[in-house]
Write a protein of this length. Sequence first.
Length: 258
Amino acid sequence: MTPTTYGLIFALAVFLGMPLFLEAGRRIGFRRLEKDSEGARQGFGVVDGAVFGLLGLLIAFTFSGAAARFDERRQLIIEEANDIGTAYLRIDLLPESAQPRLRELFRQYLDSRLEIYRKLPDLEAAKAELARSIKLQNEIWTAAIAACRESGSAPSHMLLLPALNQMIDITTTRTEVTKIHPPVIIFFMLAILSLASALLAGYSMAGGKSRSWIHIMVFSAVMAITVYVIIDIEYPRFGIIRVGGADRVLEELRESMK
């Protein structure tokens, strides 16, 4: 299963669990009101405020972090397109005899880079394609070194090789950034606080003679959707919210290489 599938199950568990905790809190509140109607609500505002405040802070923290990482991933795609495009243009500095092979290797390399992310969520296929990309990087580097030696021109060394270095380094950066996520305990903490908030909210609702199903279902749905959206943004190659639109920059670069 993909991370977003787990996220959907996780959000569904929150959605189903919150009405149960609301009902449990309501029943606890009723029993407390029967025993001590005057003291049942005294002094709990501070506790409610602390728990709901912590829940809001955690939601803000996880959501803003996920959104920041989402933007960073899109920016890295643009940066990789710029690095590949720059290195490709600087092939013109090499002897004409060496240029056709290098240009063909660049085309294969860019095709491979695009294919890595198209194969997701099949992780094994994506890893195999990544290995192919790394192999093509080595071939490009070896061919570029040989061509620079053949040309004997210092400008070709100084301009082409650093550009190739940047092109290779951005691959590592993008790969590692895709692995950066909050610790799993953060999501469990978010679920625990959601359920605790439901328990306290149910306790506060104990004064009413009947249940407010609108409030119960809206509260549960909003929290479940929030949890799912945060997880979906964290894994933008697997769910509804996708970073793949930014790949268009690489696709346009590939079209220009024909």
